[in-house]
Design a protein around this ligand. Structure first.
Ligand code: BT5
Length: 248
């Protein structure tokens, strides 16, 4: 079920009214050799988050998974994930939503100015290949678009909730166009991410080697790792995991 989109970006879109998970379908396509294909669904019945968490994906959302085959080492794959967060936050801001990025790649809307927020979108990247060269990447982008807050988890929000319903076709077009721009110019990803980041300067709680650390997020390295200044004054580098914004 290929649908025609008026895309400047070179993606073909396979659309489903309902599917288990667009990432699962995209992985199938990737394993079969696909490149620059995006799977889009109105509803997912088995949406997945990171670390085996469930992702609520009712009808009205933008559930999108992009298959790419970049010739990059595994270590640079996180830049694709950050590029997807930049693209999603940019498209949401263009739609009038006061969106920003929480490290590493949640798109959130601040509530007040004490560091509280609601989650608007999440990214799940999956890949296959060798350390020195990726075979394929599936970048899954889940955006609560035209969904009632009542149909979402408590700490979530939607575009409809923030600014009213949007034209999802135009939104998807912008996400893919901006994503395409940055994946072709990876040097610009981190600077763009920094401009949209709401985590820098925040008091945060992060996990490292099973240990919980609290400090102030100071910077993001060139590979996307978070630099946190701990309460004792030491600065640590966090390469993966979750990050909670705390009240100051
Ligand atoms: C993510 O995981 O944020 C990645 C979500 C990726 C979803 C997309 S949709 C298209 C593609 N196909 C898929 O099957 N997945 C991708 P994580 O950081 O682990 O956050 C998951 C947590 O967010 C859950 O444990 C809930 O607390 C919360 N959550 C679940 N559904 C949500 C929603 N719709 N909006 C906001 N938060 C949600």
């Amino acid at each position: 079920p290929t649908v025609e989109y008026d895309l400047e970006a070179p993606f073909e879109i396979e659309y489903h009214d309902s599917i288990g998970s667009t990432n699962d379908r995209a992985r199938e396509l990737a394993a079969g050799g696909a490149n620059d294909v995006a799977v889009l669904a109105d509803e997912q019945t088995g949406g997945r988050g990171r670390l085996e968490r469930a992702w609520r994906a009712p009808s009205g959302g933008v559930w999108l998974s992009v298959v790419c085959r970049p010739t990059i080492p595994l270590a640079r794959a996180s830049q694709y994930t950050l590029a997807a967060a930049v693209a999603t936050a940019t498209a949401a801001r263009e739609a009038g939503v006061n969106a920003g990025i929480k490290w590493p790649n949640d798109v959130i809307v601040p509530v007040g100015d004490d560091g509280s927020y609601r989650k608007l979108a999440g990214i799940l990247t999956e890949m296959e290949g060798e350390t020195d060269r990726i075979e394929w990447l599936v970048v899954g982008i889940g955006v609560n678009a035209n969904i009632d807050a009542a149909d979402l988890p408590d700490e979530a929000t939607s575009i409809a909730e923030e600014v009213g319903e949007i034209d999802r076709r135009r939104f998807v077009q912008r996400v893919l166009e901006v994503f395409d721009t940055y994946r072709n110019d990876l040097e610009r990803v981190i600077p763009a991410w920094r401009d949209l980041a709401l985590t820098l300067g925040q008091r945060v709680r992060v996990e490292r080697d099973g240990e919980t650390l609290v400090g102030v997020a100071r910077n993001v390295t060139d590979t996307g790792a978070l630099r946190v200044e701990l309460e004792g004054g030491e600065t640590v580098t966090i390469t993966a995991g979750d990050c909670e914004h705390l009240r100051p």
